[in-house]
Write a protein of this length. Structure first.
Lengths: 259, 422
């Protein structure tokens, strides 16, 4: 079976508490590709990420999401994960009393048949190796999941989970916010290690900075709930240099993006 | 109409006397037997315990031999520094402790070390006139343990006690005394088990004394059957610069009245009370956890985490009382109840009583369902809803599990939790 993923988002509409935030979005992500969605605050980037994963507070009101021929929107959150999706969250939940290591093992084993669970030795070896890459101190494996973690620790921990779980489609929701340059480089190393034909990635970010270290194949600009422009990595560089005003002028838009 | 179980003072005295012991103990039994009928039941919020029959069980408990598989499992590889009692009678007591440390059945201690038992048996800890059930315990003590650690002795290996109740219609009036003398350190872990599905009563009073500069870590796992009616009264008395840490897993399946109270008598004292429970079926439980600050700069922490299933009821009352004169003290408590069923009931009553100006105090309480956002997060990593819930519940109860110093007891508590939440 080929593990090269193919995700197709078609005319997706998402509301929160009755207010439409994502207003007909189209995007296609294939294995081997890294996409970046950029855009000003409040244009629906994080809403898109949460809705794709099935966050309970977001209501999909229209459109479709297809992953390898299966209807993602019909799936429960865990089924989406089992189908290969992963979301590195901006604000991951804190779970008291559950250690990082125990949780990760449960997550890995949830993808395996009974009796085929990962051995403790193999798990520890792999965890140690990935934690080294991300420069995470080893005691963090035994801390409670996200409890009392600094912003930077949470982001690294999200990437650690991604590297351990090895999804086929990863969405990174503002994984760069609050990270200094050194931490950014470390996180980027982790993401770059994942690159393969079996891995597609959607990076959501405000800033071009992260894209200096993770080179995207496609850059999309999102405004007012839609992708309004797509291009290569040079598009990100232009945004960094000139901001978003030229995009609006080019498109003849008058939307307020500071919502 | 309330049914009140009447106590016949004469009959009670006769039962008390028949249980015997040294002369001073027989006297104490008789005094308590006279007092008990005049005393009220422990004060319990919102549950009518007047209808619960704490008094008519048979106090003559049959002597049994050997160890049951459940006891074996709890012992694991930890075979020394252990006391096992079945039906209140010692069946196993293996020790390898520093000189002067005493760890034995309460009845044996009354005979062999009467001066020590007499000094601590319901004198400075639980008082005989507080309420009826503890007075009954004093009158009818028919089991329990005695642990004494002399001055400046540090007992490295945790001491383990296992108590079973196996007699249909029997009543265990269990009395345990733990004394850590000045500058000593000890970890004590006890487990209560039922080995009968017929009705039985366990009335347990435990008094723990941490003398000046001593440190006591007390672990308790109660796992009595649905057919057991339980009264657990644990009391700590903490003197100057001493510390007492409680880690209590209340896993009983039957109706229970549970009290854990700590008196921070000395200055610079510290106590930490952690208690977890799972209520299931139709069981009713009352938890009353209290810390009284008398000494200056005394610190007391209370954490209660309860999971409520089916149509179980539990009332959680946490009280931090800072008495006049206990300046610079700090009382902090947290009560959290996780509801897994519409029909279950769980009330959290945090109470701060403060009679001194220069103090710190705080509390947090919540009653709620499993958090949707936590579930979403765990499920987004591939865990099923059921598995995610299971992990959250285990995490919620973990503060006590991780505190228990004996691996086999920890494992057993995890198993009990697993069995109860399934």
């Amino acid at each position: 079976m080929s593990n090269v993923p193919h995700m197709k988002i078609d005319d997706l509409r998402v509301s929160i508490e009755g207010k439409e935030i994502v207003k007909g979005l189209n995007l296609e992500i294939k294995g081997g590709e890294i996409h970046a969605i950029m855009g000003p605050n409040g244009t629906g980037k994080s809403t898109l990420a949460s809705a794709l994963m099935g966050h309970p507070l977001y209501e999909v009101t229209g459109g479709s999401v297809d992953l390898n021929g299966e209807d993602v929107l019909e799936m429960e959150v865990d089924e989406r994960a089992q189908a290969g999706m992963f979301l590195a969250m901006q604000y991951p939940a804190e779970i008291s009393g559950v250690t990082n290591a125990d949780f990760l093992r449960s997550a890995i084993n949830s993808r395996r048949e009974e009796g085929q669970e990962i051995s403790l030795m193999k798990f520890i070896r792999e965890l140690d190796a990935k934690m080294d890459v991300l420069e995470i101190p080893s005691e963090m494996a035994h801390r409670y999941l996200n409890e009392g973690f600094s912003g930077g620790e949470k982001k690294r921990n999200e990437i650690l989970q991604m590297m351990m779980i090895k999804p086929n489609i990863a969405i990174l929701d503002e994984i760069d916010s609050g990270l200094d340059i050194d931490a950014l480089k470390v996180v980027a190393t982790g993401v770059n290690e994942m690159r393969s034909e079996e891995f597609g990635c959607l990076i959501i970010t405000h800033y071009q900075r992260l894209l200096n270290y993770i080179e995207p194949d496609f850059v999309h600009i999102m405004m007012d709930g839609k992708i309004v422009m797509s291009g290569g990595k040079e598009l990100a560089q232009r945004l960094e240099a000139e901001g978003y005003d030229w995009v609006k002028q080019d498109l003849g838009m008058t939307v307020d993006t500071e919502a | 109409m309330t049914v009140q179980f009447e106590l016949d003072a004469q009959a009670l005295s006769a039962r008390a006397e028949a249980l015997g012991g040294p002369a001073w103990m027989v006297n104490r039994r008789k005094e308590a037997a006279e007092l008990a009928p005049t005393l009220a039941l422990p004060k319990v919020e919102k549950i009518k315990i007047e209808k619960w029959d704490f008094t008519s069980g048979d106090v003559e408990l049959t002597k049994l031999d050997g160890l049951t598989p459940e006891i074996e499992a709890l012992l694991g590889d930890h075979r020394t520094n252990v006391l096992v009692e079945r039906n209140g009678h010692v069946v196993y007591n293996e020790l390898q402790v520093p000189e002067g440390v005493l760890f034995m059945g309460i009845n044996e201690a009354m005979e062999q070390h009467p001066e020590l038992v007499e000094k601590y048996f319901m004198t400075e800890g639980v008082r005989v006139d507080e309420e009826r059930l503890s007075a009954l315990n004093a009158a009818l003590t028919n089991g329990g343990a005695f642990l004494y650690v002399p001055k400046n002795v540090q007992v490295k290996d945790p001491l383990q006690a296992i108590f079973t109740m196996e007699q249909a219609n029997g009543a265990l009036y269990h009395h345990t005394i733990v004394v850590a003398d000045e500058g000593s350190e000890v970890t004590f872990i006890e487990s209560f088990l039922s080995n009968t599905n017929e009705p039985h009563t366990v009335n347990a009073v435990t008094e723990v004394f941490a003398a000046a500069n001593a440190k006591v870590v007390f672990g308790g796992v109660d796992q009595l059957a649905e057919s057991a009616l339980t009264f657990m009264n644990r009391r700590g008395v903490v003197y100057e610069n001493a510390r007492l840490e409680w880690a209590l897993g209340h896993m009983n399946d039957g109706n229970s009245v549970v009290e854990t109270k700590t008196h921070l008598v000395g200055d610079n004292t510290f106590s930490d009370t952690k208690a977890v429970t799972i209520g299931r079926g139709a069981q009713k439980q009352n938890f009353n956890i209290r810390t009284d600050h008398f000494g200056k700069s005394s610190e007391g922490f209370i954490l209660i985490h309860g999971v409520q299933k089916d149509s179980a009821t539990a009332i959680f009352s946490g009280t931090s009382m800072i008495h006049h004169g206990a300046s610079k003290s700090n009382g902090v408590q947290t009560e959290r109840v996780l509801m897994l069923s519409e029909k279950a009931r769980g009330d959290a009553n945090p109470i701060l009583l403060i009679d001194e100006d220069d103090v710190m105090a705080g509390h947090a309480a919540s009653v709620g369902r499993v958090d949707d956002i936590q579930l979403y997060y765990l499920m987004s990593r591939g865990l099923s809803r059921q598995e995610a819930e299971r992990l959250i519940i285990h995490g919620f109860l973990n503060p006590v599990v991780e505190q228990l110093a004996i691996e086999s007891v920890k494992d057993r508590l995890r198993e009990v939790i697993e069995g109860k939440v399934r």
